[in-house]
Design a binder for this molecule. Structure first.
Ligand SMILES: [Zn+2]
Length: 197
């Protein structure tokens, strides 16, 4: 439709979530109008992410250093572990003032995908909760939608079997059902944490 190079870039952009043909075209022609300097900045920051971002060996959050700043912070409560689905949830909980540590599952269990279990960091979570661990409480903080609830039910049962000494809790209701944790405001999240059960 456009030149071969333009069509190729549009096709790549359309692989991103929520980007359709029109949005992809708008991005490409925005870059073409802004010129080489802006495009070079974009390419450099993309390369920076690809070159520098790795997984934290403890919590599996995306980070420039491993262990990440949160895991390496001696002032944080290492006995309190919050299990989240993604890095965006870590940022949301950080804003709410949570002072424990995290485990980022990198997704939730998907009933339609039999390989789902191996795609997310569940085994790594179980490894962190072995019997000699210092953990006193694990807070399950996944989104209150169907996959989130299914995953939390599974984790609750398994974590209890693996180490009955650790208390397992969930965020209090108050987060609207089906909502996305990362979009919850600080006060709602803070109260959901405080009233966890
Ligand atoms: Zn970490």
């Amino acid at each position: 439709m456009y030149s071969q190079s333009i069509d190729k870039l549009i096709a790549e952009l359309k692989k991103l979530p929520s980007v359709g043909q029109h949005t992809a075209e708008r991005y490409v022609f925005h870059w073409l109008a802004r010129g080489k300097r802006d495009v070079a900045d974009f390419v450099l920051s993309l390369k920076g992410v690809m070159d520098n971002v790795k997984s934290c060996e403890q919590c599996w959050n995306f980070t420039d250093t491993s262990p990440c700043q949160i895991c390496a912070d001696p002032k944080r409560d290492q006995t309190l572990l919050c299990v989240v689905a993604d890095s965006q949830s870590v940022v949301a909980l950080q804003k709410s003032g949570f002072n424990g540590v995290y485990h980022v599952l990198r997704g939730v269990l998907d009933a339609t995908d039999p390989e789902g279990f191996s795609k997310i960091k569940i085994k790594q979570l179980f490894d962190r909760t072995v019997k000699d661990s210092d953990l006193l409480e694990i807070i399950l903080a996944l989104n209150p939608d169907l996959s989130g609830e299914t995953t939390m039910m599974y984790l609750e049962k398994e974590l209890h079997t693996k180490n009955p000494k650790i208390k397992i809790s969930r965020l209090a209701r108050g987060l609207p059902s089906g909502s996305d944790l990362q979009y919850a405001d600080d006060i709602t999240l803070e109260s959901a944490l405080k009233n966890r059960r």
